[in-house]
Ligand binder design. Structure first.
Ligand SMILES: *Cc1c(COP(=O)(O)O)cnc(C)c1O
Length: 412
């Protein structure tokens, strides 16, 4: 469910015409629906109402301050993977006791800042990391609560670039040696091992991989408790899939109906880390058609947005629906591409869309997650503007970069 749709042939975000925003801010521009973000968060939060739980939004999906703030007001926490994300989460007002910190490469400085900020817990991905967190905590005279991230060797049936819970992935600790790892970590000073963390991948549309994972970590919990380790928190990660094309992802309610019966009897605190599910369909990228180019074998619709603005099609061969912002009569078949000097700079191939011409706006749909957050300055292009729509109002929540911005920090 989301609040983008056509009324009288015009694409709207909530009650605002996308064309009005594009004209006001220029293009390319990311446009987010506040109502969609809030409703998606609530769907997950309400689905887990039956257990003690904390929803931690995975900032990396879209770290716009305005989005973090919107979620913070709803009581949402944050799942972070860097010092920069910690900084933004805190600046948006997320309570430290709602912040969980994952990632395979945490530096000493990042760990120190996170401990001083009194975050809720670390999700540890290796024994050397456990040793480092222990040492930093000891130096600061603090004890920190941690979970170990377990790699359950489950195939989440998604794109291989976004699979994270198979044994060949770099994430987490192998489940077959998990007991050893937990006991080793538990012996370290100044850390309290109280949780098991898993995150098996992204854009997962089925519940079965989660159920399989959960069964494995519940069995592990029982083994650990026999060895005297009390596990009071289970973090089942993020990864819930969304509709880009014709996927049929599980709903949060259905997801919860399958995993809650396993979780409830345990009496643990359940942590969830959704990213894409909350923001993916809450955002689009609008761009202006620059040229219609007739090639030897294909036509090209060339936009003023490029792979630097939205890299998912180039990086993952991801599908995004592309529509003319104002319906026209007639259709055209073309590759929808950007201006960047790379053949991989495309948004869609062999698409049939409404017949657009120079100066028309098009929207790349479902671009709220891993869109702006992966944007770069490649080809010395300025990062696009971002707009948050709330009912009939809209606000620029991030200005388009200026050429001056491109010189920031540089000298010769
Ligand atoms: C990326 C990530 C998430 C969020 O994944 P989505 O597919 O966007 O829900 C959650 N937890 C961890 C540890 C991650 O790295």
């Amino acid at each position: 469910m989301h609040y983008f749709g056509f009324k009288n042939g015009q694409l709207y975000c909530e009650n605002v015409k996308v064309a009005t925003i594009a004209k006001t801010t220029g293009t390319p521009v990311y446009i987010y629906s506040k109502r969609t973000i809030v409703e998606h968060f609530r769907k997950i939060d309400e689905a887990f109402a039956g257990v003690d739980h904390l929803v931690c939004y995975a900032l990396k999906a879209n770290p716009a301050l305005a989005i973090i703030k919107t979620l913070q007001k709803e009581g949402c926490g944050a799942d972070i993977v860097s010092g920069g994300e910690l900084y933004k989460a805190l600046r948006a007002g997320i309570a430290p006791e709602k912040i969980v910190y994952a990632g395979v490469g945490k530096t000493r400085a990042e760990i120190e800042t996170a401990i001083k900020s009194r975050i809720f817990m670390f999700n540890i991905e290796s024994i050397p990391e456990a040793e480092r967190i222990s040492a930093v905590a000891k130096k600061l005279g603090k004890t920190v609560e941690v979970a170990l991230r377990i790699n359950p060797d489950v195939d989440p049936d998604t794109h291989h670039y976004i699979t994270t819970g198979k044994k060949e992935n770099k994430f987490g600790l192998n489940i077959s040696k998990a007991k050893e790892y937990f006991l080793a970590a538990a012996r370290l000073p100044n850390i309290k091992v109280c949780g098991i963390h898993t995150h098996i991948g992204s854009q997962i549309t089925k519940v079965e991989p989660y159920v399989l994972t959960l069964k494995k970590i519940i069995a592990l919990k029982a083994i650990l408790e026999k060895s005297g380790l009390r596990i009071t928190r289970l973090n089942i990660g993020g990864g819930l899939g969304i509709i880009y094309d014709n996927e049929t992802p599980s709903t949060p309610a259905n997801f919860a109906s399958k995993v809650l019966p396993l979780l409830k009897p345990l009496g643990v605190k359940v942590i969830l880390e959704p990213g894409r599910f909350i923001v993916g369909n809450a955002g689009i990228m609008a761009a202006e058609v620059q040229y219609i180019k007739k090639g030897e074998v294909k036509n090209y619709v060339i936009l003023d947005a490029g792979m630097n603005d939205l890299i998912r099609p180039s990086l993952y061969d991801a599908y995004h629906d592309i529509v003319a912002v104002k319906k026209t009569s007639g259709k055209l078949k073309a590759d929808i591409v950007g201006p960047i000097c790379e053949s991989g700079d495309f948004f869609g191939k062999n698409r049939v869309i409404d017949k657009v011409k120079e100066g028309d706006f098009v929207a790349v749909m479902s671009a709220g997650a891993y869109g702006f957050s992966m944007a770069s300055n490649y080809n010395c292009r300025r990062k696009p503007a971002e707009v948050l729509v709330d009912g009939s109002k809209f606000k620029i929540v991030r200005k388009r970069e200026t050429y001056q911005d491109l010189l920031n920090g540089e000298s010769f």
